[in-house]
Design a protein around this ligand. Structure first.
Ligand code: GLU
Length: 294
């Protein structure tokens, strides 16, 4: 059984780029009669804006993007995260770290996804203390992702990422860690999301293997950019989702290079969605990292 999901962070209203991800993951699941779940990634309190959960649910519903089951919230899963965090801690591959951002910026190399952590605190044996973060030790064995859109990518975690944080110094679990537990709890089989998360995927596969979780299939779609800059929820740029629901669907299908019917203008929203699902062709999506929408 295919189980897919859409996992927005409630840091603002959905924008065109988020709708691309929502619609792509929805069509991919519905095409094969699979489930499509909604998970609200609200664990990072600093990023959460209170109004935005309601706004996200409303926008999805207005586009007829109805999810199965009740939506889940990362903030309700702290016990489960703690359970698996203890499991990882018991493997003797985690250690505490007190390096500040400033220290890293002066002493570590900047990689594709932040500073490459060379293990400054690995042998310090820092005692448990509230202001320390917890890092996961990695190794040199390349992790290969067979992405259904971007093709095969390989990452050497120790060279390209370094030991990474699974619990932050403010005691919040990191995205890299929490998303793996979520996939396990929700029994996710397929993940369709933006290509900005492609470089995170090997870390997630690494954790999933350590915890003996099933590894979902990944499809990373190009992110929508304006002048090569990622659109973000905190931007004021909302114009693209101010259009009517039919237009949004058509714009997104165009962005994803999906078949467009000549009769879309005479169809209602339900008919467009039915057409989109029936003709959904993941292989037509461009394997690029980003696409400018203008
Ligand atoms: N919550 C993340 C975001 O809004 C997506 C996480 C995921 O799909 O794994 O960018």
């Amino acid at each position: 059984m295919y189980i897919g999901r859409f996992a927005p962070t409630p840091s603002g209203d959905l924008h065109f780029g988020s709708l691309v991800t929502a619609i792509a993951s929805y069509c991919d699941a519905r095409k094969v009669g699979g489930q499509w779940l909604l998970k609200i990634d609200d664990i990072d309190k600093q990023r959460v804006k209170n109004y935005s959960v309601q706004s996200i649910l409303k926008t999805l519903e207005s586009l007829n993007l109805f999810w199965d089951l009740t939506e889940s919230y990362q903030s309700h899963r702290l016990e489960e995260y703690e359970f698996y965090f203890e499991k990882l801690s018991g493997m003797n591959k985690t250690y505490r770290c007190d390096c500040s951002r400033k220290y890293l910026s002066n002493n570590a190399k900047l990689g594709e996804d932040g500073y490459i952590y060379p293990g400054f605190c690995k042998n310090k044996n820092l005692m448990n203390h509230n202001s320390f973060s917890t890092r996961m030790e990695v190794n040199k064995i390349p992790i290969v992702v067979e992405d259904q859109i971007q093709g095969k990518i390989s990452q050497n975690l120790s060279k390209e990422i370094g030991d990474f944080v699974i619990k932050r110094s403010d005691r919040q679990f990191s995205y890299q860690f929490s998303v793996c537990v979520d996939n396990k709890l929700d029994k996710i089989t397929n993940i369709v999301r933006g290509a900005d998360l492609l470089s995170s995927t090997p870390r997630q596969i690494y954790l999933q293997k350590l915890l003996d979780f099933n590894i979902p299939k990944f499809s990373h779609i190009p992110i929508a950019t304006i002048d090569k800059k990622k659109i973000s929820k905190s931007d004021d740029y909302k114009i693209l989702i101010k259009s009517n629901q039919k237009d949004i669907w058509i714009k997104v299908l165009n962005f994803l290079n999906q078949p467009i019917s000549k009769t879309f203008s005479q169809m209602n929203l339900e008919e467009i969605i039915e057409y989109a699902i029936k003709n959904w062709a993941m292989e037509k999506i461009s394997p690029s990292y980003s696409i400018d929408i203008f």
